[in-house]
Design a protein around this ligand. Structure first.
Ligand SMILES: C[S@@+](CC[C@H](N)C(=O)[O-])C[C@H]1O[C@@H](n2cnc3c(N)ncnc32)[C@H](O)[C@@H]1O
Ligand code: SF4
Length: 403
């Protein structure tokens, strides 16, 4: 029997109304609208909402808690092992209770899915965590629209790794995988994800600047991706998404971007961070704002969409005016359109990094909370107005990240 997709309610005398939302690749169970649990086909918990608190579960085994605090403001933290275990056990017990109560009212296939979910005991979770660590180097960040991608580490780390504010890859050695190594990596990921692979409809080519790989090697690697993750049934091939730094972007021509488009690349994410040359220099990014505008125009001329990332807060209150004005001017010059994204990332200043040292040396006054909010609003508004063709503008909060 085929599970009938879509939402439905099952009423039980003991538990009240249980809402089931059966999607082809995900199942959401809602307990009287008090708690909600979502699983993939492999039975992995993807996320849940319990007593007003949101939890996002990473493939890495960690769980990110997100909640609104009583006085406003957001709480975000990775659960320590004991809290993580107790949340997972609570969800397991709830699904066991619900499964027993609704067993007589649902199709065999849904009962089988519930059994797959209930097979995730503490031992299975720990083995899964270790399997993830054996396959992946830490997955430091991906753009928010790619949280449900299959991440492939075609490269590890960042080829530049010297931006004054960025700590993502500090301790990682930069490495480009060869075709055989990438093929093996993808095979391990497919085995790891199992039936959960179907939920992930895009590929994010990690890590920091995967498209910096010289073109012939990159095209060979994209062929491996296509071979290993081909289109299935009536589904189009998974689009490929990746970061690129400005320096890497300058190394490719429009024709080469068009070739990458033909090989499946759909969006390139690039950190402009600030359109103001003075703020940009503080950040020690490779290239310049001007070069970033040129690279974005080239990528777009090759038929690939972009995601441009701006920071909120660099240069503090002292340089705020020029940061906002010049960043919006740079976005305007890029000619962004409907398929493009602009992300705004509130700067998290690492205590021990070169950025904070420089800011102290230059006597830059940091932005207060209200000033930061005002800058976020100004950047959002300016970015939305920067083109008649309206790219999407969203917040990019690096502390809300988990894979
Ligand atoms: C992998 S990096 C960017 C891609 C590419 N490597 C580049 O530099 O263009 C992803 C983004 O994370 C953001 N980021 C890194 N460190 C940050 C920090 N300390 N606070 C806020 N955002 C940060 C930056 O906006 C950066 O563009
Ligand atoms: S911002 Fe990008 S280029 Fe700079 S160190 Fe981080 S990942 Fe590398």
């Amino acid at each position: 029997m085929h599970i009938q997709d879509g939402p439905r309610v099952v009423a039980t005398p003991e538990l009240g109304s249980i809402y089931l939302n059966v999607q082809p690749h995900a199942l959401t169970i809602s307990d009287n609208l008090r708690a909600t649990y979502t699983f993939d086909r492999e039975g992995r918990l993807l996320g849940c909402f319990v007593d007003g608190v949101n939890y996002r579960c990473g493939l890495c085994g960690d769980i990110l808690l997100k909640a609104t605090q009583p006085g406003g403001g957001k709480l975000r933290r990775i659960l320590p092992p004991d809290e993580r275990a107790s949340l997972a056990e609570g969800v397991h017990a709830a699904v066991a209770r619900i499964g027993a109560a609704i067993a007589g009212q649902v199709a065999d296939e849904l009962r089988a899915w519930l059994a797959v979910i209930l097979a995730w005991d503490a031992g299975r979770r720990e083995r899964d965590r270790q399997a993830f660590q054996a396959i992946y180097k830490p997955v430091s960040i991906v753009p928010p629209d790619q949280y449900r991608a299959v991440v492939l580490q075609a490269t590890e780390g960042c080829s530049w790794n010297r931006c004054s504010f960025c700590t993502f890859y500090r301790d990682h050695r930069f490495h480009i995988k060869g075709p055989a190594e990438l093929r093996e990596h993808i095979r391990q990921i497919k085995a790891f994800l199992g039936r959960g692979l179907a939920l992930r409809t895009s590929v994010f080519l990690g890590d920091a600047n995967a498209l910096i790989i010289p073109q012939p090697r990159l095209l060979d690697l994209l062929q491996v991706v296509y071979d290993e993750l081909p289109p299935e049934g009536d589904r189009a091939p998974r689009g490929i998404y990746a970061f690129l730094d400005i320096f890497g972007g300058e190394q490719k021509t429009t024709a080469q971007y068009a070739d990458l488009r033909a090989a499946g690349v759909r969006r390139v994410y690039i950190g402009l961070e600030s359109g103001d040359p003075e703020v940009f220099r503080l950040l020690n990014k490779p290239g310049s704002p001007e070069a970033c505008v040129e690279v974005v125009r080239r990528i777009k001329a090759g038929g690939i969409d972009v995601g441009v990332i701006l920071l909120a807060g660099p240069g503090g209150a002292t340089l705020a005016g020029q940061h906002v004005a010049q960043s919006i001017a740079a976005l305007e010059a890029m000619g962004l359109g409907a398929g493009d994204l602009v992300y705004i990332s509130p700067l998290i200043v690492p205590d021990d990094g070169p950025y904070s040292q420089q800011a102290r040396d230059l006597g830059l006054a940091p932005l207060g909370a209200a000033e930061l909010e005002a800058q976020l609003a100004a950047l959002k508004l300016g970015a939305a107005a920067a083109t008649q063709r309206r790219p999407k503008v969203a917040l990019y909060h690096i502390e809300e990240w988990i894979y």
